[in-house]
Design a protein around this ligand. Structure first.
Ligand code: PMP
Ligand code: GLU
Length: 397
């Protein structure tokens, strides 16, 4: 059997793979402090759970409209209007099986051979892979830790060609925690309009933002820019509903229709009961968000302070999302039992085996000197993990 060549272009999601490996080790009885999972540890909000249960009991268990039920689209539209002053019609909204699926539909509908898609680095692991599945070419735009991973507009300008089809923004960013400020987004918008490319704005971490900073969507820069933006979001992170699989997009009608057509020939509608649960979350989940973000903020400072106390590790305070993204250059080259640890992969493997601490190496995020720690575990787990980490690192030659 000869598989399609596109399968050779991509690798499986390393975050999901690693997370599954660690969960399996824990299930076998290993005591591991797990910082791999990109999902909040909180239970989903009651409003979501009861709406889901009610949907089952009322027999709302059949196919729905492929692109999502009207009530959910309305809840999404109302959210955009209330929070960002953006107005969309129902034909500009597509509900899919998680934001990853939303982005996949988008890649299929918008990118093709010959297209270039600019991706600021470090980036979430799935962006380049989805661009490659769609036969297009990812173009990486490096960003600097010392600027909080801001977009350098001169570098962006230099990366734009006649083949540039889109730029993928992710603010707050997985894995850096960086956020984009309005002035930068205005500069990006000017370039997008001048060179006529789309901006994909993945805002899945919009609510996880700290120190009184605010989330800004590039779609709000100007009405013209809103027409060049497709906003991607979902309930996975905001409402700790990763397993329910509801994501959504808002953008130009022609693009949303094309994405919906692709969805109609692949998954059909997102799960009926999960759509009802998402309405519960969007309509009644505001207190939940506040509680979760306050708790994540405590975990954020605990892990960042702890990491910075370990020699060889430097960790900036992330502005958003729920990832600590330390620079481990000071550890690279140090030896364990005579063998040098030369890459984040090697360091992460050492930490898993010797410290029983699981984190994700930076390479698949385009960051060959970093590790990613998801700070969603409880403070107790974080403290235990930091202690083991410090001891193991201390033992390096
Ligand atoms: N975008 C980013 C940046 C993410 O980290 C994730 C997490 N998996 C997603 C999109 C997709 O989330 P989901 O498919 O669970 O909605
Ligand atoms: N986005 C999360 C992460 O980066 C979940 C895993 C995934 O979807 O790849 O860990």
């Amino acid at each position: 059997m000869k598989l399609a060549t596109r399968t050779t272009r991509i690798t499986p999601s390393p975050t999901l793979q690693l997370s599954a490996t660690v969960k399996a080790l824990i299930a076998q009885g290993h005591q591991i402090s797990d910082f791999t999972a990109g999902e909040p540890s909180f239970d989903s909000p009651d409003a979501a759970k009861s709406a889901g249960i009610k949907a089952i009991q009322e027999g709302f268990t059949k196919y729905t409209a492929v692109t999502g039920i009207d009530d959910l689209k309305q809840a999404i539209i109302d959210k955009f209007t209330a929070e960002q002053g953006l107005s969309y019609t129902r034909s500009q909204i597509l509900v899919s099986c998680g934001a990853k699926h939303t982005l996949f539909n988008l890649a299929m509908a918008l990118f093709e051979s010959g297209d270039e898609v600019i991706i600021p680095a470090p980036y979430w692991v799935s962006y380049p892979e989805q661009v490659l599945v769609a036969d297009a070419k990812p173009i990486f735009l490096p960003s600097e830790e010392r600027s909080g991973y801001a977009i350098d507009l001169d570098k962006l300008k230099a990366a734009i060609t006649s083949r540039t089809k889109a730029l993928i923004l992710n603010s707050p960013c997985n894995p850096t925690g960086g956020i984009y400020h309005r002035e930068t987004l205005e500069g990006v918008a000017q370039l997008a309009l001048e060179h006529n490319f789309m901006v994909v704005s993945d805002e899945i971490y919009e609510k996880m933002i700290y120190d009184q900073q605010t989330h800004v969507s590039i779609a709000t820069v100007s009405p013209e820019m809103a027409k060049h933006t497709i906003v991607v979001n979902g309930v996975s992170k905001t409402y700790s509903m990763t397993g329910w699989r509801i994501g959504y997009a808002a953008g130009p009608e022609a693009l949303i229709k094309a994405m919906g057509d692709i969805q109609s020939q692949s998954t059909s509608n997102p799960t009926s009961i999960a759509q009802k649960a998402a309405i519960g979350a969007l309509r009644e989940g505001q207190d939940f968000i506040q509680m979760m973000v306050q708790e994540l903020d405590k975990r954020r400072t605990t892990i960042v302070d702890g990491l910075n106390r370990i020699e060889g590790i430097q960790c900036p305070m992330p502005a958003g999302a729920f990832y600590a993204f330390p620079n481990i250059q000071g550890l690279l080259g140090r030896r364990f039992q005579g063998t040098p640890l030369t890459t984040p992969f090697a360091v992460a493997d050492f930490l898993l085996k010797q410290a029983k601490v699981a984190c994700v190496p930076g390479e698949p995020f385009g960051a060959p000197t970093h590790l990613r720690f998801s700070y969603t575990p409880t403070i107790e787990v974080i403290q235990q993990g930091l202690k083991s980490l410090a001891e193991a690192i201390h033992s390096l030659e």
